[in-house]
Design a protein around this ligand. Structure first.
Ligand SMILES: Nc1nc2c(ncn2[C@@H]2O[C@H](COP(=O)(O)OP(=O)(O)OP(=O)(O)O)[C@@H](O)[C@H]2O)c(=O)[nH]1
Ligand SMILES: [Mg+2]
Length: 425
């Protein structure tokens, strides 16, 4: 257990109806006793008058205490449910700061302690961070899978098998038997390691978690005046981008997050593509090409024959109220008559569904993918090699898997993750 006892406001912005302050660490219960006198039974809420050291009343609050180790942090934990006024909370935090061994928590520090005390693993902590930042229904459902340990169970399953294989490899090395038997071991171990590697690779080719956290990138592109900004505004449902009849109106990339039936997307409006002598417009066109190269989906509003040659292009015949001949394979839209926007939405929805990781399956983020591909590579390298190499490959693979789970992870990884949390989590 860490020496310091930490405290922070764990509920949202003040003022609010109630504010929850959490205190975690060895001195949590002593601190609560100083404030409230005799403490209630564990896990049962009780109303208490909180007093400062000089006897002055701070507030009337609900007090809950959770004895270690079955708490959110794995340490003794106290929750104070106060009236959510700024001055009330400030006064209480001030009082806590004067108590010996207590200090204000850093962002994510409660969760960090949960990790140190094995209340959760790193994949769950990452899921928790995603859950707190989830804005759409799919993000929430995927995050709750990870936070609940779906990925942890999968990775721990691989870890257990690698440990068993490792043990067999070490035993076979120690036992200098006849050559045929050793060859048999090598073959069997290599084959089983290959199965684990294959399963890992099957996960590695699944859609990345970043698509969920950042949203699928949908880029509107085409020549000037084709109606990109108008369609952008129609899809966003707000007059966000400037629309005029002057070709070359849009210069900067304009970005909006949209929630398509719970599916997260980022819609980007771009400058019309054309050669121009205007320096500002040239920069805008460069940015448009940049955005195009990073798009998960392109909505192309130009002539079909000029469309970028990519599989992710949806052809749009815009301003359809003015232009009658709809090319085959294009979706006709008009913001004036609202034609085609419903159709476009349903086509986009289907594309998003196909691109995004299924919400009932935990998806891998960049960190996890990198480590698991290292783990799989190590195993693949073991196939058909002699026992010493097989044993070493298994060790390497295990080391990578351990880092996925947050066993032996570096301070750097931890800082990067817990920096994402808000204070009090
Ligand atoms: N009739 C009709 N006019 C449209 C439609 N969509 C856009 N317009 C008009 O077309 C002109 C250009 O529209 P924008 O949305 O600014 O076109 P853009 O592609 O963003 O143009 P740039 O930013 O210059 O590249 C404006 O005058 C719009 O009112 C449409 O569906 N029907
Ligand atoms: Mg525009």
């Amino acid at each position: 257990m860490t020496g310091d006892t930490i405290y922070a406001l764990s509920s949202g912005a003040l003022p609010a109806a109630i504010a929850i302050v959490r205190v975690s660490g060895p001195a949590a219960e002593v601190a609560a006793e100083r404030l409230a006198g005799q403490l209630p039974e564990p896990r049962s809420a009780s109303l208490r008058r909180l007093r400062a050291a000089d006897g002055a009343i701070i507030d009337e609050a609900l007090l809950l205490r959770f004895p270690a180790p079955n708490t959110a942090t794995g340490e003794p934990l106290v929750e104070l449910h106060l009236h959510g006024g700024r001055a009330v909370v400030a006064r209480l935090l001030d009082e806590l700061s004067t108590m010996p061994g207590l200090r204000e928590a850093e962002p994510g520090e409660f969760t960090r302690r949960a990790l140190i005390n094995s209340r959760l693993d790193l994949t769950q902590a990452e899921g928790l961070a995603d859950l707190l930042s989830a804005e759409t229904e799919w993000q929430r459902r995927a995050a709750i899978e990870s936070a609940g340990g779906a990925l942890r169970r999968q990775v721990e399953g691989w870890r257990d098998r690698l440990i068993a294989l490792s043990a067999r490899a070490e035993a076979a090395i120690d036992y200098v038997g006849d050559e045929d038997e050793t060859a048999l071991d090598e073959h069997a171990l290599g084959a089983e390691a290959a199965i684990v590697a294959q399963e890992m690779r099957a996960w590695l080719v699944q859609p990345a978690a970043e698509l969920l956290t950042n949203g699928v990138k949908i880029v509107l592109a085409g020549p000037p005046n084709s109606g990109k900004s108008s369609l952008f505004n129609a899809l966003v449902g707000a007059e966000k981008a400037i629309v005029t009849s002057i070709p070359g109106t849009t210069r900067d990339i304009i970005e909006a997050r949209i929630d398509f039936d719970g599916l997260p997307a980022n819609l980007l409006d771009t400058a019309g593509l054309r050669a121009s002598d205007d320096t500002v417009e040239q920069i805008g066109v460069e940015r448009a090409f940049d955005a195009l190269s990073q798009a998960d989906i392109v909505l192309w509003l130009g002539n079909p024959e000029d469309a970028p040659v990519r599989s992710n292009v949806i052809l749009i015949h815009s301003r359809a109220d003015e232009r009658v001949d709809v090319p085959e394979g294009s979706i006709a839209t008009s913001v004036r008559t609202s034609t085609g926007t419903a159709k476009l939405r349903s086509v986009l929805l289907a594309r998003l569904r196909a691109l995004l990781p299924p919400f009932d399956q935990a998806a891998l983020n960049r960190r996890q993918r990198h480590l698991l591909s290292e783990a799989a590579d190590a195993l693949t390298g073991a196939i058909g090699r002699d026992l010493l190499i097989v044993a070493e490959s298994l060790r390497q693979s295990l080391a990578s898997v351990d880092v996925v789970l947050g066993r032996n992870s570096t301070e750097e990884v931890m800082d990067a993750l817990f920096g994402r949390f808000c204070l009090g989590k």
